[in-house]
Write a protein that binds this ligand. Structure first.
Ligand code: FAD
Length: 611
């Protein structure tokens, strides 16, 4: 009897968790559930199985069936593909959460940090068929019964976050809110304890600052691009977006009003002419979705905003034009209200603004004139023998143009691509090969549409071939990644750039200087000059002459020379080899990134010691 009472209590708590409507409420409900079941919510390897074992009544079972099916996909290698990988995910937006879930399926330890503790965006995202299917396989309907019922193909941003948060928690992802990522902390050098990469966080003493990881997924949204990545600006013609949300009372009158899908509206010139004539409002497009709110997104023409008094004064610079000081909020509310009313043929009764998280009418104006995308999707850092993969997903990879209706689709595609990258990382693929593959896939992202991606959405997985029909994984070659990785190397910490191109030049001249006296060795670069291993041996000999009998080395013994140097560096200074001597002998030339990483470590050790 006592057992069934406990079970009942657990069922109540599980139900409360599934029904959670807010971020913190959901996190607390999950903790409560774990406490009741005496489960450690940080035990990522066993939590899901234990939850499943403890909650085996029909409602929970239906969810386990979905998640089990998903987890059994061969890509995940039975949850072992990344079993040694530790990932820090930055940002609990839809893309950070979505990526984290894939990493958990791959068996990685995942900690996710989010600087806020609320999911407050009413705005609505369009879902392509694959995203609907994807979310359904994660049990979307179990968390949000209304999810895409009938022909609905959208969801509010906050509902999407809530749903993904719940899946993430169940899969054992540790989630910490009110924690802000401030930067990376490099592994210290010459350490006894081999401490890896860590993060600098706010609050500074947060326990996650102790977490050592080898993968950082940055999903901090469009305003957050981690150091080391270059932004590419895509400047188009002036495009001013307005979003507005109105209260949805779910009455039958409201239910009858038809939505306006993005694409259809783009071509309906007659309609826009009529709108302009009757109201003075001049739009290029408008989208209306009926969701938790009545949501509108439109692109408005500057002249009509000026005439309407929304923008006070014309300015040449877009920043100045759309600055809040140059905007009349009341006129903006009228403009959005009138546009929404006209576009729904005055059929939505009592159009009352929904409120945003500040308690103000939820209307906003955004500048889409200048959109950004990151030049690269990922980079690899190496410091004192510790490698770190940094991958971007979501808006910090490519900013979406909302009115075009791509919604969250490209964000999710990139999340799956990033998971594929981490899979390769976890399985030990060489970093430059991985980067080359990731960049090749990234080439396709901005052109993806439902029409040019695979139709069989039920077969989609993290494997890019299941999604992109014309994929050429060799679009970039590993050796081209040196440039990308090197230019991405200038991660700043405390304002000090590391391994910038300047540093690389300095490294080369330092090496030349040290090796100058060795007659049969000539160093002119950081690649081919090092192939026969003599330069590496010379460098070691210069500082530790007792470790190498340099005179006995032969130029033609490439594998032996390199192996000798690699062994000494590892044994004496703890620097892990970049490859074996034989691999070096069979390569036409060592890869530059690896050589820079390797030689930097030697330089760090020798630079203050006199030969
Ligand atoms: P986001 O959803 O932006 O999430 C990023 C998360 O990272 C945030 O929760 C943020 O708090 C957190 N974060 C940032 N920096 C740090 C840090 N240093 N440390 C810890 N956490 C951090 N798209 C549309 O298609 N239509 C719309 O109408 C629309 N409206 C939007 C309105 C707003 C106000 C915003 C910000 C975005 C809107 N978008 C809209 C974009 C849409 O939300 C994103 O495309 C989608 O959410 C995927 O984004 P993401 O997960 O990459 O990033």
């Amino acid at each position: 009897e006592q057992r069934s009472e406990m079970e009942n209590q657990a069922h109540v708590l599980f139900h409360k968790f599934l029904q959670g409507k807010k971020c913190t409420e959901t996190l607390n409900a999950f903790r409560e559930l774990c406490t009741e079941l005496q489960l450690d919510h940080t035990d990522f390897q066993h939590l899901y199985q234990k939850l499943k074992g403890s909650l085996n009544y029909w409602k929970a079972k239906a969810l386990w069936t979905k998640l089990d099916k998903r987890a059994s996909h061969s890509d995940y290698g039975q949850g072992q593909a990344c079993s040694g990988t530790k990932c820090l995910v930055l940002g609990a937006g839809p893309c950070g959460l979505r990526t984290a879930i894939e990493l958990a399926f791959l068996g990685a330890k995942v900690i996710l940090i989010e600087k806020r503790d609320t999911f407050s965006r009413n705005n609505v995202l369009h879902l392509w068929p694959f995203t609907i299917h994807d979310l359904k396989t994660l049990g979307a309907k179990k968390f949000y019964g209304k999810f895409c019922s009938g022909c609905l193909d959208h969801i509010s941003i906050r509902q999407l976050q809530l749903m993904l948060l719940k899946v993430a928690l169940i899969l054992g992802i540790e989630i910490h809110v009110n924690v802000e990522f401030k930067g990376l902390i490099e592994p210290p050098k010459n350490q006894e304890k081999k401490t890896g990469w860590k993060a600098e966080l706010l609050p500074a003493n947060h326990p996650v600052t102790e977490f050592e990881f080898d993968v950082l997924v940055s999903a901090g949204g469009s305003n957050f691009i981690p150091n080391g990545f270059k932004k590419k600006e895509m400047r188009g013609k002036l495009a001013i977006g307005i979003t507005a949300n109105f209260v949805n009372r779910h009455s039958s009158a409201e239910a009858k009003v038809e939505e306006i899908s993005g694409v259809a509206s783009l071509y309906n010139q007659k309609f826009f002419q009529q709108l302009h004539n009757e109201t003075g409002i001049d739009l290029e497009n408008i989208v209306y979705y009926k969701d938790d709110t009545h949501y509108f997104v439109m692109t408005a023409k500057k002249q009509s905003l000026l005439k309407y008094g929304v923008i006070r004064q014309d300015q040449r610079e877009t920043n100045a034009l759309l600055n809040t000081h140059n905007m009349d909020k009341k006129s903006l509310l009228r403009y959005a209200h009138q546009a929404a009313d006209f576009c729904t043929n005055h059929q939505l009764p009592d159009l009352e603004f929904a409120l945003n998280h500040r308690g103000d009418p939820d209307v906003a104006m955004f500048d889409f004139t200048c959109m950004y995308r990151s030049e690269n999707a990922a980079l690899v850092r190496e410091r004192h023998g510790h490698r770190l993969l940094v991958a971007l997903v979501g808006d910090c990879l490519v900013e979406p143009f909302w009115p075009l209706g791509t919604g969250i689709a490209r964000g999710f595609l990139a999340a799956l691509d990033a998971a594929w990258l981490v899979r390769g990382w976890g399985m030990g693929t060489a970093p430059l090969e991985l980067l080359a593959e990731r960049e090749s896939i990234y080439q396709l992202l901005s052109q993806t549409k439902p029409e040019n991606t695979h139709k069989k959405v039920t077969l989609y997985s993290i494997d890019p071939f299941t999604r992109y029909p014309n994929l050429n994984l060799n679009f970039f070659k590993a050796n081209q990644m040196e440039r990308i990785s090197l230019s991405s190397e200038d991660i700043h910490r405390n304002g000090k750039p590391l391994n910038t191109l300047g540093d690389v030049e300095q490294l080369l001249s330092w090496c030349k200087e040290q090796i100058e006296g060795y007659g049969n060795v000539k160093v002119v670069d950081l690649t081919a000059s090092w192939r026969n291993g003599l330069a590496l041996c010379a460098l070691l000999h210069k500082f530790r002459p007792n470790l190498i009998d340099f005179e006995s080395l032969k130029e033609t013994n490439v594998a032996e020379n390199n192996q000798l140097a690699f062994d000494i560096a590892e044994r004496e200074f703890g620097i892990p080899p970049i490859m074996t001597g034989t691999e070096m002998a069979t390569a036409t030339s060592p890869d530059k990134l690896s050589m820079v990483m390797y030689l930097t470590q030697l330089k760090d050790i020798f630079k203050d010691s006199s030969p």
